[in-house]
Design a protein around this ligand. Structure first.
Ligand SMILES: Nc1ncnc2c1ncn2[C@@H]1O[C@H](COP(=O)(O)OP(=O)(O)OP(=O)(O)O)[C@@H](O)[C@H]1O
Length: 281
């Protein structure tokens, strides 16, 4: 396997409290997993609030340094990217998408400004070449430059803004997108269209997605693999259907029972079984 991203026994400990009551909080207690470069996938990190998901995302993006353990992206230790050039090359390859699209875009700045800045920073293009790069990225999310140019964030819905955030992330040509709760601020009716977009990016562009969520319904629907986190520990890991259909830990079972909708296929089969049992009597 050619490794895209590898976390080895990654921990993160924060010092919390004031001068007199200082204590340690272990936000991540030893995460180990790898993504294969040749097999783009949607790798989902599930867990309730405070389980350590965002801390893992921040470490993968290089915004936080692991206390112990290593994170390698395409063989390079993410915490050792010292020069500006190497850091920029890494950022082009690993792009974030954040939870709140309304916060990501300043209401007084046109949305295309963010897209042009990204094109200038990572691709070094302006003018017609930038227009082309923007239009291409926007087309991947079902929009066009003509639709977006000159518009402000308050003119669009959360779902449309999140699409633009995805388009912005696509401009540098990333290999990996780290999406931290990307649909939790989006209207429930639009959530599936955003997560479906991740599938398209995986299949059409070969981009891997780290999808961070506390929403098991969308996790079940789109993930290839999943890890479940609880108080900083990875308590389950594996193929998404296997893990979510048959959780081994009491905590994951409780999580599943609390939120997973009934599987329509299983429900139909159960109904058919019941019907044939009745007609056999
Ligand atoms: N910079 C920090 N300093 C101190 N403690 C922190 C810091 N960042 C996170 N924590 C703590 O680490 C733990 C894990 O937080 P984290 O944000 O990673 O969880 P999460 O699963 O992403 O939760 P949420 O969905 O609420 O964002 C929490 O107890 C949080 O308060």
């Amino acid at each position: 396997m050619s490794v895209l991203l590898e976390l080895q026994s990654v921990t993160k400990t924060f010092s919390i409290g004031g001068f007199f009551d200082r204590s340690k909080l272990q936000a991540v207690k030893g995460a180990t997993f790898a993504l294969d470069d040749t097999r783009p996938e949607i790798f989902t990190i599930v867990g309730e609030s405070g389980s350590g998901k965002t801390t893992i995302a921040r470490m993968i993006l290089g915004n936080e340094t692991p206390t112990t353990g290593t994170i390698r992206f395409m063989g390079e230790d993410v915490s050792q990217l010292r020069s500006r050039r190497r850091r920029l090359a890494f950022m082009a390859r690993v792009q974030p998408i954040f939870q709140n699209p309304f916060e990501a875009f300043n209401p007084l700045t046109t949305l295309d400004y963010y897209l042009y800045s990204t094109a200038r920073r990572f691709l070094g293009v302006r003018g017609a070449a930038a227009d082309e790069a923007l239009d291409k990225a926007l087309n991947h999310v079902g929009l066009s430059l003509a639709e977006v140019k000159g518009r402000y964030s308050h003119e669009l819905s959360g779902g449309q803004l999140q699409r633009i955030a995805v388009a912005r992330a696509l401009i540098p040509g990333p290999k990996l997108i780290v999406a931290d709760e990307p649909v939790s601020m989006v209207d429930a009716s639009l959530r599936m269209s955003i997560v479906n977009l991740f599938r398209t990016l995986r299949d059409d562009l070969g981009v891997s997605i780290i999808y961070i969520t506390h929403d098991l319904a969308t996790a079940y629907y789109i993930s290839d693999r999943v890890i479940i986190m609880h108080k900083g520990d990875v308590i389950e890991a594996g193929e998404a259907r296997a893990v979510l259909d048959n959780p081994q830990q009491a905590y994951s079972l409780a999580l599943k029972n609390a939120v997973l909708p009934p599987d329509p296929t299983a429900a139909r089969l159960a109904l058919e079984r019941r019907r044939s049992a009745v007609s056999a009597v």
